[in-house]
Write a protein that binds this ligand. Sequence first.
Ligand code: SF4
Ligand code: SF4
Length: 229
Amino acid sequence: MSLVKNIRKACKKSARERLRFPEDEARLKWLPLLLEAYSIIDAGVQHAINEVEKEKTQKRKLACGKGCGNCCSTHTDIPLYPLELAGIYWFCTEKMGPPVREALKERLRLNLKAARENQKSCVFLEIQNGGGSCSIHPIRPVSCRQFNVFGKRCGPGEDPFFTRRGDVLTPIRQYTDRAFLVMLPFYGIKDEAQKAKAVKDGLIHTQVMNLPSHDWAGLLKVMEEFDSR
Ligand code: SF4
Ligand code: SF4
């Protein structure tokens, strides 16, 4: 089977098996788009990892795993798109329970107070027992999903993109394009020809924000309003 056919099949399979929140998805029309896009990204990441790991001459294994979060403290550029932002607001406000919720609200308060006083870690990173975990893991952005490293785990402050680019996973473009295509109706692009052109022209990338420098005051406000109902 050709690579294109394989990718198409993997995308369909991942869309069938994706995370589901039926009540929320019926209310929030954009949510299925985001969940489907993320399932495609995850399928693409797995495909790319398998390709690297099956390369016998190199014997490279994925280093990323549970409790490993140095990358979430090191990266200062984490692309974030408007639909992803909507997903984060929804998840944090409506799905996140205690004690993770209280801890996030506290970090958001500190983050605002410190006014980026060289605040290095991502505000969504939970640091526990010397390890780190993402408090929005099911809804984390595409860029976080796609950042994977082989060989050894990243050291504190290390950005392997600069120290050992060869160990950083290169995502398979077709999956990324397909995921962004799925998200396009959120941006008002519904016509198939327009969608294909928008992906080709990289239109969605004109909407990009940066997660670490984003002003999260609005999220804290929305979470507090939800809690006081
Ligand atoms: S990118 Fe580096 S720090 Fe992040 S999970 Fe993978 S090995 Fe760990
Ligand atoms: S959103 Fe999650 S995975 Fe991404 S940088 Fe923040 S803590 Fe890490």
